[in-house]
Design a binder for this molecule. Structure first.
Ligand code: TYD
Length: 412
């Protein structure tokens, strides 16, 4: 278990432990549920020096990127299952085209998944995706997005520059927080971007996690929880600076951070200062803030368990909605299993028919839910509440109720 900060080597302050956890996205087939699952202690620490929040124990990547004999790596997350995410990346692609592309336009995306972002660019833009999971990269290729099937590294960056040339924009959405060695990442960015190039990263924002007590953002694949404070310190080590930030509603509250070489062409936006002050007001640089967060997490667990146990005692039928990684953290942390949750609804075909890691709750298609509505649906994918509630308006009309627990327990 790491005791020192992976960015600056300072001793970390441990503030959260959610106990022994399986891999959050390791859904099991029926024949796998009797086998022993890999677990690790899900715990997080705060660096009082560079302000980076990070996982203490990092499970090896092959635990969640399932290696397959003939297909390479497999990943169960298809970004395009959410219509809102499809729209989100299409809008950002327009912004990139307007703001950052040169006459010889070239973009690299790290963690390009099924091509949800890169597919939006016109043919005259040279786009290249880096995606270690074969199954999702294959979908991207079908959409015309050239994809390299590897983990990103400085070596990959050097090869890209040799074969394609340097780039205007490197983008990574919900990926940078997965990369164990952020120094290797930054070396790679430095290798790839032009003098006037930009690096744009978008990940859940530590400020929002604090505000919402969104403890289920902590899981195996999320090694880091970023803020303007911590990223400023990281990129400064590479003679780079943040010149803009934009808050995003995605993944429960994310921050898009725009980075350039120090004294680069873009003026530093007022938004950077504004978000930085908001972070300070919320105590982002203060170890005490994280200890108070951990206390609130335990309170949410107690309230959620009290609610569900009372509902079940009352003869109510309770299911989960959205077999998300985040949901699996909550189920395992609160020990919510198939004895209280009948099933979990999910629209991802690859997840249907499987069982959740650790708690083994069956995952079913929305059609089954719609055939015979339960009384309560626990919003395990609370970050998609709006989209799910729109889709399931009939459940609500039929007297069903959605329940959420982030930012606090609420029957909607
Ligand atoms: P996701 O947002 O990807 O979260 P995580 O990163 O924690 O896994 O998970 C959302 C899950 O919810 C995903 O498996 C798809 C599912 N889902 C539905 O079943 N119906 C919907 O309408 C939406 C938007 C998502």
């Amino acid at each position: 278990m790491a005791e020192n900060c992976r960015i600056c080597n300072t001793l970390l302050t441990k503030f959260l432990s959610l106990g022994e956890m399986p891999i959050a996205n390791a859904f099991l087939s029926k024949c796998e549920i009797d086998e022993e699952e890999y677990t690790y202690e899900l715990a997080a620490g705060f660096c009082e020096d560079c302000k980076m929040v990070q996982l203490l124990e990092v499970p090896p990547q092959e635990k969640y990127l399932v290696p397959q004999e003939d297909e390479g790596n497999r990943y169960l997350y298809f970004a395009s299952t959410s219509e809102h995410m499809v729209e989100h990346f299409s809008t950002f692609a327009d912004e990139v085209t307007e703001r950052f592309l040169s006459d010889d336009p070239r973009i690299v995306e790290i963690g390009s998944n099924d091509g949800i972002f890169l597919k939006n660019f016109s043919d005259d833009v040279d786009v290249l995706g880096i995606e270690p999971a074969n199954n999702v990269a294959e979908v991207a290729r079908e959409r015309g997005v050239e994809s390299i099937n590897e983990f990103f590294s400085t070596d990959v960056a050097e090869r890209i520059v040799e074969e394609h040339g340097d780039v205007d924009v490197v983008f990574g959405a919900n990926t940078i927080l997965n990369i164990p060695d952020l120094h290797d990442l930054m070396d790679g960015i430095d290798t790839m971007i032009r003098k006037d190039g930009v690096f744009v990263m978008e990940d859940p924002h530590m400020l929002e996690i604090l505000k919402k007590t969104a403890f289920d953002q902590f899981y195996d694949e999320h090694l880091y929880y970023f803020s303007v404070a911590s990223i400023t310190n990281l990129v400064r080590m590479y003679d780079m600076e943040i010149f803009d930030v934009k808050k995003q509603p995605t993944h429960g509250g994310s921050l898009r951070i725009f980075i350039q070489r120090s004294n680069g062409p873009y003026q530093v936006s007022d938004r950077v200062r504004a978000v930085r002050s908001e972070e300070e007001r919320a105590g982002i640089s203060d170890a005490e803030t994280y200890r108070a967060f951990s206390d609130r997490v335990q309170e949410i667990r107690d309230e959620l368990l009290a609610f569900i146990n009372a509902a079940v005692d009352d003869g109510k039928r309770v299911v989960g909605y959205g077999a998300s990684s985040k949901g699996n953290i909550v189920l395992n942390y609160c020990s919510l299993g198939a004895d209280v949750l009948e099933y979990i609804v999910d629209n991802t075909p690859a997840k249907q028919g499987t069982y959740t890691p650790g708690m083994h709750v069956p995952v079913v298609a929305p059609e089954l839910f719609r055939e015979d509505y339960p009384d309560y649906a626990l919003l395990l994918a609370w970050n998609h509440a709006e989209e799910i509630m729109e889709k399931e308006a009939e459940f609500i009309e039929a007297g069903g109720e959605f329940v959420r627990y982030i930012p606090e327990l609420e029957v909607l």
